[in-house]
Each structure stands twice: as C-alpha cells, then as structure tokens.
Design a protein around this ligand. Sequence first.
Ligand code: F6R
Length: 607
Amino acid sequence: MCGIIGFTGKLEAKNILLEGLASLEYRGYDSAGISLFDNGKIRTIKTAGKVTNLVDKAESSGDITSTCGIGHTRWATHGGVTDTNAHPHAHGKVTLIHNGIIENYHELEVELATAGRYPISQTDTEMVAMLIDSLYTGNAIDAIREAIKRIEGAYAFCILFADEPEVIYCIRNASPLVACHANDGSIIASDMVALIPYSKDYFVLPEHHIARLTKDDIVVMNLEKEVVVPKMIHVNWDVTAAQKGGYPHFMLKEIFEQPESIRSTILPRIIKGDLPDFTVDRIPNEIFEKVNRVIITACGTAMHAGLVGKAMLEKLLRIPVEVDIASEFRYQDPIIDKNTLVITISQSGETADTLASLRLAKELGATTLSVVNVKGSTIDRESDYVLYTQAGPEIAVASTKAYTAQLSCLYLIAFKFALIRGTITEAQCGAYMKELKAVIPAIEKTLTLDKTVEEISRGLADTEDLFFIGRGLDYALSCEGSIKLKEISYIHSEAYAAGELKHGTLSLVTEGVPVIALATQAKVYSKMISNIREVRARGAIVILITNGDAEVEATLYDYHIALPAMNDFFTPFSSAIVLQLLAYYTCVHRGFDVDQPRNLAKAVTVE
Ligand code: F6R
C-alpha cells in the first residue's frame, strides 16, 4: 500500500524516482508525485492517476536539475483521489511522503489548528508534515523524534528539510522501508524491486530508527541517537525478474514462471532418499514433536493456500488444524498454548492483519512458523521459524506464483511433520516427495492448455455472475479461483462446496449461468457428477475440470479441461494454473487492467 522512493547521489534524480515509482506502482496507483531539490529549492510535481500521468506532467514542467528527491505512488485511505491529496505534502520547511495510516490524525488536526496551522488536503499525512514543521527549530532529527512521540499508527516517511539540500530523512513503524548505498548514491524504497537496478544487497530500516541519507552514505540511528549498523540481506534475483520479459502482463509472466518457482522452493529441501529437509532453513525437528494443534492464519489467496495445507496436514497427521482469516483471528480469543503451532502465510511478509496474528500467537505462547516470500519483511523477522517460498518478486497484484510456492511449502511441512511424528514411514514420505517433484512437469504440461483456456474464457467475457464448485481440495481451489476472477475481471463469483449448493444458492443457478466445476478428487467424484447434474438441469453452462481425461457423459458439460493425470493429493497445483489462466484471459477479453485492478494494491499494510 503506497510506494515510496528516495534518492540522493551523483545521478540525475528525477528519472531514478520516476522509474522507481513505475516499479513500485503495484503498491498503489491512485496518484503519484515527486519532490526534488532543484538549485537548493524544493520543487514538487504531483497528480491524480497513474505514474504515466506524473511522467507526462514532469516532462512538461521544464528543466529540473536535481540529484536528490523523494517520490510516492498512492493507495488512497484518507481523502479522495485528487491532485491535492497526492503526496508529497509540504508545510513550511518540511516536505514528506508517507505509507501507512495515522490513526490520531484528527486529534493532531485539532491541536495544530489551535496553533493556527491548517491543512489544504484531506489526508492524514499532511498532519505529520505540519506537526514536524511545528516542532522544527533547526535540527531535523530532534523534530522527527518529537513528532514520532505524538503519532499513532503505521508509517514509513521520507522527509526533506528545506535547510538541508541533498539529505533525506526516513523513519518507519510497521510499514516497510529498505535501503542501500551504492556507487552512485543512497536509495531507499518500500520494496527491493526499486533498489535492484542499483544493488542486490540491502538492509531493512529497523522500526523506530531514523535513517539519514546523503550521497556518501546512510547513517541509521535509534531514537537515542546511537548509530546502529543494520544487517545486510542479499537477493539472488536480478533486475530482469522484476520486468515483463516480453509478456504482455506481469500476471501472465508470473503464471508461466511457476515450474521454476516451485522447483526452487522444493528441490533444495530434498535430501537423499527423497526426504524433506529443513536444515538450511534452521527449522529443528523438535518444533514438530510437541505440537497437538495447528492454526494457519493468513489473508486472501495466502489463506486459500492454508485451506489446502489444512487438508494435507490433517490427513497425514491426524491432529486438528484450523485455518483462520487473519483479520478475524486477531480480534478473537484464540485457543492457543505452548503446544500449538501457528503457521502464518504471506507473500509480502507485511500484511498488517497477518502480522498482528503472528504477534498475538507469540504472545499466547505458540511456536510460530511462517511461509514468507519477501526476505527481511516484518513477518520474516518476527517469526520463530521461516520457510521461504522461492517465488522471486511477484509484481502483479493478483497472486499466482506465490500461491503455488506456498502450497509447495505446506506440502513439505506436512511430509516432514508426519515423518517426525511417525504417522508416515520414510518409504511413504519418499513416495509423496516423488509425487511432489512430479508436480513440476505436470505444471509445465498444464501450461500448454493456455490457448484452450483462453478460448473458453472468451465465452465468460459478458458474464455478470458465476459459480465455482468443488468438494474437499477442489473446494479450497474453488475459493482461490473465485477470488482470482473477481479481483481482476470484476465478475461476481462465488465458491461453493458442491454439496452445499442445493441448501439455498441453487436458486441463483439459472439458464446460461456459468459453473466451473472442479472434479479432480476420486473419493467424491461420483458426488460431484451428481452436483453437476443438478446445475446442468437448471441450464448452467458447465466448465468441467478433471484429473486426467476422465470419461464424463458429454451432455454434462460445455467445456472439459483435463489436467495431466496425477495423484489426487497434488491436483491443486495444476488446477490453480487453469484457474489463474481463466481469470487472466477473462480480464484481458473484458479489457481491464490485469496487473493493477481497481481499488486494490499489493502488500496490504493497513487493517
Ligand atoms: C489475491 C491476493 C491477496 C493476497 C493477500 C495476502 O490475489 O494477492 O488476496 O494473497 O492480500 O497478501 P500476502 O500474501 O502478501 O500476505
């Protein structure tokens, strides 16, 4: 939510900021803006709309000669999408950008008004510019320290002080900021994707620490003004990983990257005898020994991965596994003790509700294990143990490769856990692991269905409502298929446990309503066929997905997608690919923005 970038150094800053904002745009695309020191004075250019609007405005704003500035791309929280509400916000000597939410902005507004200071925007952020300016008497660090004592909420700020050209100050609480100093200067941003053109090594600005960026270095200090040296992190991907690489959209590229991301997630964790091994992850066997209950908590697609994880864990371990939506879990009174393992799942590692759930679980004494994609993210740093998904940067707002990499990790956890608990033998575990490896060629084969799925999705382009139905693992996949379609194609859809449809919702299935029926599980296959008959009898258009080329009465479907034949446990991977492609092509046929769907943003760092 909101992308932030700051650069000071030897290079022309304007282009660095605009290019950085383009790479961070997936975090918010309601408005964008930059502020630059130009001949010692701060110049601000900002506009509602996407970064391309800002690029046009910057081009028509005359020459700017600057080697220091800050930039922002906004996901609106307080105040509508207008030029005035776009960041940066300036007051007196202070110009700043913000990612997060200031919860006590109204109290600040009242307080500042009594001192004769009034905002011109409707944003919470402007209160902080006013507050810092009101506290500034010539020492930037002191003003920031004082301001922070008065601010409640989540924030990452990059701040320019008119008196200190070429210097950027930053501070954060909860919202992410990563930084690096490279040959040409110092750079800070919300996400590593904006730093990667300059360095593969970076650090996460610790919370409640101030960073002072100059062209020569970055000094980090705590609120007592003691200098600290943050731990450096290395990434093993390069700038091409964050580019479209010839694909029309990031989402399609990321769908096609899945064989590789699953390979990178699974293969390094397999030892002799095809057994799972978490030595490189430093996850000791002991954490699985005492557990008598598992809770999985996450949001959205990551939570849907958890539903598949639950099925696998319960089947192999015979211990209760609960899956909770993180925004609900954090305000409930969860039953947790020291024998509970809480697994949080997050691509970004910054999702506010998932992070709060992790913190609550730790407070209540659980052991925490997180499945995270972004190294150095808050969930990564605060979890007892972490299993990284090796999906690389995921830029499209709709999660695809992170989801199947999360599934890979959950399968590994289930096999390892069951082996340690003795509920499966080494031979059984090795056999499961072989099947997991076989998912990679199966996915490659599923991707060859691309054109078939594109053709089918053409028929969905004018649909307003549709259903996904399935049983067991297929129900978990239906949930994922439904969210994917909704978020990018704006078609209303519902995921239903196929047996539940007739308990009310079947009344919505009328002539011509599309029903995507997943029937990949042999155990409930005949039940699914009966459910398909029920919707067919009401005139539904049925798109049927089966495991292998099952023989199905041709009158029962309009389209049939046969996944490569595989063990039923592993169909979620291939089903996910088909559902992702279906959502993707439906969105393309409807002419919407695939990578940046309306109202959404990646990395939801607010509640
Ligand atoms: C949907 C999607 C979201 C995220 C959710 C959690 O395609 O991307 O539902 O899965 O916001 O995000 P992370 O995994 O970053 O915690």
